[in-house]
Design a protein around this ligand. Structure first.
Ligand code: CP
Length: 337
């Protein structure tokens, strides 16, 4: 069974093929490679881009998609192994996923971090369980620790912008957000940039280092690709010569699962709202990336989002091309493009 769970696990030749096909599909968007195929999309959490671009992508390839939003028109699903199901959830994914796999030719599933136990979320066990229950191709549409469709789209965006692989300077910056957020997007963006062979810096306030297992994985990927990986709280040093600033908020590992404590830790860092002043003078030409959705004037100022350095809409467009490439890889690998 073919699965797309984490970009960082893919061999380089497969990534190159996915990128080439995504680029070709951007210029020739319609084909019939998914004719007669049905894709089930399960969204345990909200979405704008992933929900819309997966449906649009399947349709542009001649297939059909249906969407299940557990708890909103279909049964609320339990994911915990061994749960005593006497609460809201009336069906377990252990039944729901194999059932949906009988109706569809592929499944895409979004299931965010529970945000309770750090070790559990870092293990990304729930999406792996769901993938193991599915005997059809399976696409991770964002799990506790990985957002591979975003990563492929972001890699393509860097190619589109001709940001160098070796020597390209990529800054993953923490940004303020009123709530502690999961590690899926920052971990995925970090792994994407190191796998691409870039000079990567994680910029964050003290106390907001990414969890050690996340950094360890990135270091391992960097060793294989020739990337460099550094970490600092010095904004000016991090941004010196940067080609890209990729902003994202994430929780402090020391208070993971304790949002009331975490809010106190982040309160002093409201100035971590990306502004034009961050880029002057040493990163004047740097691009601004963010996966969206983004809170304006909390995480990033209007002046950045509305200015020429922002490529957030281009990233979102690339979700469509990237996911179509993944769908063809899984469901129609022999189809021409
Ligand atoms: N970037 C992203 O996955 O957007 P959505 O949450 O809107 O799908």
């Amino acid at each position: 069974v073919k699965q797309y769970l984490d970009l960082a696990d893919l061999p380089q030749d497969l990534i190159e093929r996915l990128l080439s096909r995504a680029k070709a599909l951007q210029h020739k968007p319609l084909n019939r490679s998914l004719e007669g195929k049905i894709v089930a999309l399960v969204f345990m959490n909200p979405s704008l881009r992933t929900l819309a671009s997966m449906q649009a992508g399947v349709m542009q390839l001649g297939g059909q998609a249906f969407v299940i939003q557990p708890g909103a028109g279909s049964w609320k699903l339990e994911t915990r192994t061994g749960a005593v199901m006497d609460g809201d959830a009336v069906e377990h994914v252990r039944e729901a996923i194999p059932v949906l796999a009988r109706y569809a030719d592929a499944l895409g599933v979004r299931n965010f971090a529970a945000g309770e136990k750090l070790a559990d979320d870092l293990a990304d066990a729930t999406i792996k369980l769901m993938a193991s229950l599915c005997d059809k191709p399976f696409i991770n549409l964002e799990s506790a620790l990985s957002h591979p469709c975003q990563a492929l789209a972001d890699w393509k965006t860097l190619e589109d912008l001709a940001v160098p692989r070796q020597g390209g300077k990529f800054v993953l910056s923490w940004a303020y957000h009123p709530k502690p957020l999961a590690y899926a997007v920052p971990a995925t963006a970090l792994n994407m940039a190191v796998k691409r062979g870039m000079q990567v810096t994680v910029l964050r306030p003290e106390g907001y280092s990414l969890p050690e297992p996340v950094m360890a994985r990135a270091r391992e990927l960097a060793r294989a690709s020739g990337a460099t990986l550094a970490e600092t709280s010095d904004r000016q040093a991090a941004l010196d010569g940067a080609h890209v600033l990729y902003a994202k908020s994430w929780a402090a590992p020391s208070a993971y699962g304790r949002p009331a404590d975490e809010v106190k830790l982040r309160a002093p860092h409201k100035d971590w709202c990306v502004a034009e002043s961050w880029f002057a003078p040493a990163a004047r030409d740097a691009k601004f990336m963010h996966c969206l959705p983004v809170r304006r004037n909390v995480k990033v100022a209007d002046e950045v989002l509305d200015g020429p350095r922002s490529v957030v809409v281009q990233e979102a467009e690339n979700r469509l091309h990237a996911q179509k490439s993944v769908l063809m890889e899984l469901l129609a690998p022999e189809a021409s493009w």
